[in-house]
Design a protein around this ligand. Structure first.
Ligand code: ADP
Ligand code: MG
Length: 268
């Protein structure tokens, strides 16, 4: 509480940091877009947020205005050097959240770590000093179920599965859920499926509505309330290097990501 009696905008960081992995082996479903805009919405509510670019494509870093190719060190270096702390790599961004940058170097990590003892626990171990510093850590996973995604799932408290409400949306879902189940039994009992997030949803087409119905009947307990609409505002905001909340705060996409942030907070 400040002198004038107002609650300060920045939320206190307690030890109960929640770590969300945005995972789905399919590309183009809105993982990176969700990390950026859910992050921005949580920052807007006063939370301390760290975004983690764990995809060798580096789209998250670029999306928050960081040229990860010009950096001396990225999350790759910390993954392969057990003495290098993540705090040495974290950058602050113009969006108000922090970033652990990544780039194409990460693609070598899977091979380099293949014979490392406890190779799926490295990220979790590295996160340990960070959990008292952030309310939310959001991990942008690559479009595969390889070692990087396993590290993300091992380190996470929650997983959000973005699903595009278009053809073949459910393809691969059984395999992803099976992988998550194995992680839950073998390496991370604290991991919860926070939910399936319908993305790029075009509610003018019957087809998209049918996919949504399929999701609701196949995964009734997993489907989130929030639906992310398909809108040009999202790629446009990405090109402008901004979150959709600062690019077009009154848009349906900005509202959807604010709703998602509320869902995340309410289901703590
Ligand atoms: P992923 O990380 O799963 O590969 P992205 O978040 O990069 O997916 O999204 C893929 C492409 O689709 C990007 O060009 C992005 O701007 C665009 N996009 C993402 N979400 C939406 C949406 N709701 N409406 C329209 N375009 C979107
Ligand atoms: Mg991506």
């Amino acid at each position: 509480m400040s002198k004038n009696g107002k609650v300060s905008k920045q939320k206190n960081v307690k030890a109960n940091c929640r770590i969300f992995a945005l995972a789905q082996q399919k590309g183009g479903v809105g993982k990176t877009t969700t990390v950026i805009n859910l992050g921005a919405a949580l920052v807007g509510l006063g939370y301390k947020v760290l975004l983690v670019d764990f995809d060798p494509q580096g789209a998250l870093s670029a999306g928050v205005g960081v040229d990860s190719y010009s950096l001396k060190q990225t999350i790759y270096d910390a993954m392969v050097d057990s003495d290098l702390e993540l705090e040495k790599i974290i950058l602050s961004t113009q969006m108000g959240c922090d970033l652990l940058p990544g780039n194409i170097d990460l693609s070598a990590a899977e091979v380099q770590l293949a014979n490392e003892p406890g190779r799926d626990q490295i990220l979790k171990e590295k996160f340990a000093p960070l959990v008292t510093k952030y309310n939310y850590i959001l991990i942008d996973c690559p479009p595969s179920l390889g070692l990087l995604t396993l590290n993300a799932l091992a380190a996470a408290t929650d997983v959000i599965i973005p699903v595009q409400t278009q053809y073949f949306a459910l393809r691969g879902m059984a395999l992803l859920l099976k992988t998550i189940k194995k992680v839950q039994t073998r390496i991370n009992q604290n991991l919860k499926v926070f939910g399936i997030l319908p993305t790029l949803h075009d509610n003018r087409t019957t087809h998209a509505k049918e996919i949504l119905e399929d999701l609701a009947s196949n995964y009734p307990d997993m489907l989130l309330k929030t639906i992310i609409p398909q809108t040009i505002k999202l790629p446009d905001s990405a090109i402008a290097g901004k979150s959709v909340l600062s690019f077009s705060n009154n848009s349906s996409a900005a509202q959807a990501y604010k709703n998602l942030a509320q869902e995340v907070i309410n289901r703590g």
